[in-house]
Design a binder for this molecule. Structure first.
Ligand SMILES: *Cc1c(COP(=O)(O)O)cnc(C)c1O
Length: 349
């Protein structure tokens, strides 16, 4: 028997099928590709430059982002995807004896990091309508982490309610994961000047169509960013590679392109939601690039399997009790979503 082995129930990510001719709506990727500047930066990138280690501070990317967001570069830290940023945040901020609070239905990774890092936590049930109840977060805690809009529900929590939570917890860090904020919600950025305990975490994976590049960032006051930087430099200081920094910087410089695509995705989402409702599906109100829907006239499991047999991949969570009868469907291009609706109509006869 070998001693000292870690036992952990890992996060289960959506599958990445090797086939090419599929409609992939299972991991909330962006169906619109890279911007012109990103393409140019990729072809201009010199392979020989990779002989050097990457930068330690991503000054170029942070300067571009700071300008884009209206903050100072010292308010930003970049890491290897927002999963890396979130993992750093757990280590940096959640070192209290009281439990860290997060909803029972949210990004499934929070629980995994809490277990891995032995952070005490409490999962707080969402209301019956799947909203986050503000009053549940106005009590003693070792920190709070919320996704806004929430995943996998897609439901946006109004900024005034986020502010109520920030105001009630001046001594613990409140992390707001804004992976989907550019699909219709209002960012907590405007609250940064008034709340030193706020940390916003964002990713280039969803709105910037760069999931495979692995770039994410946090925005907070410089003191909290310094704590995160110390943790980052205690794990993997060079975690943001040179190509990632170059291409993410180009994406920021082409932000109009991504904003336009985010607009299109929102239009497609609203159309798709209406179509599903017309078929009697329950659809939660989404401000993200996906919808959580409960099929009518066919079970979630059967629909998931039939869609997959037709090379349409969506996400099904049979083990998550509250949503075992639901499917999470990412919003792709309009023609892809039309195909999904046609397929469902055909199944329902
Ligand atoms: C996709 C997602 C992430 C992870 O993003 P990466 O930058 O690709 O690691 C984090 N949080 C939420 C809520 C997400 O949906």
């Amino acid at each position: 028997m070998i001693r000292g082995l870690r036992q952990i129930e890992p996060y289960v990510a959506g599958t990445q099928p090797a086939e090419k001719d599929i409609i992939k709506l299972n991991t909330n990727e962006n169906a619109y590709g890279a911007s012109p500047r990103v393409r140019k930066a990729l072809s201009a990138f010199k392979a020989d430059d990779l002989r050097r280690y990457s930068t330690l501070d991503q000054a170029k990317l942070r300067t571009a982002l700071a300008e884009n967001l209206g903050v100072r570069p010292e308010q930003l830290i970049i890491a290897n995807g927002s999963d890396d940023v979130l993992s750093i945040a757990f280590l940096a901020f959640f070192n209290n004896p009281e439990p860290v609070l997060f909803p029972d239905l949210t990004y499934g990774f929070y629980k995994v990091w809490a277990d891995l890092y032995q952070v005490p936590y409490e999962e707080i049930p969402l209301a019956d309508d799947f909203t986050i109840k503000t009053e549940d977060y106005l009590r003693d805690n070792g920190g709070i982490i919320l996704t806004n809009p929430n995943a996998p529900t897609g439901i946006y929590k109004p900024l005034a309610e986020i502010e109520t939570i920030l105001k009630a917890n001046p001594e613990t860090v409140v992390v707001v994961d804004e992976a989907y904020i550019n699909f219709g919600g209002q960012s907590a950025l405007s609250l940064l000047k008034d709340y030193d305990n706020l940390v916003i975490i964002r990713t280039f994976s969803k709105d910037a169509a760069l999931a495979g590049l692995r770039v994410g960032y946090a925005i907070a006051n410089p003191e909290l960013i310094a704590v995160m930087t110390a943790v980052k430099h205690s794990i993997n200081p060079y975690s943001v590679d040179l190509l990632a920094e170059a291409l993410a910087t180009a994406a920021v410089e082409d932000w109009d392109y991504y904003q336009n695509n985010a607009q299109r995705i929102q239009q497609t989402r609203n159309w798709f939601s209406q179509q599903l409702r017309a078929l009697d599906f329950e659809v939660l109100p989404s401000k993200t690039n996906f919808v959580l829907t409960k099929p009518a006239g066919i079970s979630a499991k059967d629909l998931f399997e039939v869609l997959q047999s037709r090379k349409i991949y969506v996400r099904y969570f049979p083990k998550v009790k509250r949503i075992k009868d639901y499917l999470r469907i990412s919003i792709g291009k309009a023609e892809e979503m039309e195909k999904v609706i046609e397929t469902i109509k055909e199944l329902k006869g």
